[in-house]
Design a protein around this ligand. Structure first.
Ligand code: MN
Length: 298
């Protein structure tokens, strides 16, 4: 069965002891199985408070990281590649220390709008870095998710098919494809086909609507998304991600392009996302039972 998660930015952009305790407690209260925490500044991440709150509330944690331009592991520039690798390896140490099961996000390039396509050498260098980071992650039982994002956030992995090829080149069992239907809605020709064709390479999934607000209040066909997840036998985490300027300020507002306040009640947004996801998953599993010769996805 899929574990359902909630991105911590629904509650807070910071992660001191109070932020961690509050965000984890509220996420557990709503019935989620895990929280996804992002850290830009590792030193500001309170590991002890996070572990205490996770244990007290009996939920799990996953983490997502990003790389700035001076850490671009796809740049082909030895200094920036080495800087990015160090940052990713330190991120794995942090993830290990908090007991994370998955580390996901744009781990293969900078998070930025590029002006040119990637180079073959740049991608080859990124593959090598991800392989070494995956070796360290594997020792702690951590799965890496290569998040496929839209063209304005990276020039390396914009489609599921590119990500499957990238993961094949890395060649590590704990390096998987991370799909996000917000990004897929921009880049994929057919969202359901992209999910089913990724098949057992899929290791992490983000839900988010076309405008990253309330699930179901945008233009994404979630019936189609959840049926494809069930049909492909996906059993990994499904995490809801939504951003509002009511919670996150700079620099995240600028990085993520949050220019509108799409919601201001975190609890209502998250409670609705949990109900919406449960209902869609249940419906998709029922639909699958009625597909002729269906294999039980559980
Ligand atoms: Mn995402």
């Amino acid at each position: 069965m899929n574990k359902l998660g909630l991105h911590a930015f629904v509650w807070t952009a910071g992660w001191n002891a109070d932020d961690a305790t509050r965000a984890i407690g509220r996420t557990a209260e709503l019935g989620f199985d895990l929280i996804e925490a992002s850290a830009m500044d590792y030193a500001a991440f309170d590991v002890a408070a996070t572990r205490r709150a996770l244990e007290a509330n009996r939920i799990g944690i996953t983490m997502s990281f990003g790389l700035t331009d001076d850490m671009d592991v796809s740049s082909g520039d030895p200094g920036r590649v080495a800087h990015g690798e160090r940052h990713l390896l330190d991120g794995i140490s942090l993830a290990r220390d908090v007991g994370a099961t998955h580390v996901c996000g744009i781990l293969y390039s900078a998070f930025r709008k590029y002006d040119t396509p990637p180079t073959q050498d740049g991608i080859a260098g990124s593959v090598e870095v991800v392989r070494r980071v995956a070796e360290k992650a594997q020792a702690s039982g951590i799965t890496l998710g290569m998040e496929v994002v839209n063209r304005y956030e990276s020039n390396v992995l914009n489609t599921a098919r590119q990500a499957v090829r990238f993961c094949d080149r890395v060649g590590m069992p704990n390096v998987k494809v991370h799909l996000d239907c917000y990004h897929m809605n921009i880049e994929e020709a057919d969202i359901a086909a992209a999910i089913t064709q990724t098949g057992d390479r899929l290791g992490y999934f983000h839900t988010g609507d076309s405008h990253r607000g309330y699930l179901g209040s945008g233009s994404i066909d979630f019936g189609c998304v959840f049926r494809a997840l069930v049909a492909s036998g996906y059993a990994g985490p499904i995490t809801f991600e939504s951003f509002s300027s009511a919670v996150v300020g700079q620099p995240l507002e600028g990085i993520l392009g949050i220019w509108r306040t799409l919601w201001d009640d975190s609890r209502d947004l998250a409670a609705h996302a949990k109900l919406f996801t449960d209902a869609h998953l249940h419906a998709a599993r029922q639909a699958w039972r009625h597909v002729p010769d269906a294999i039980d996805p559980d």
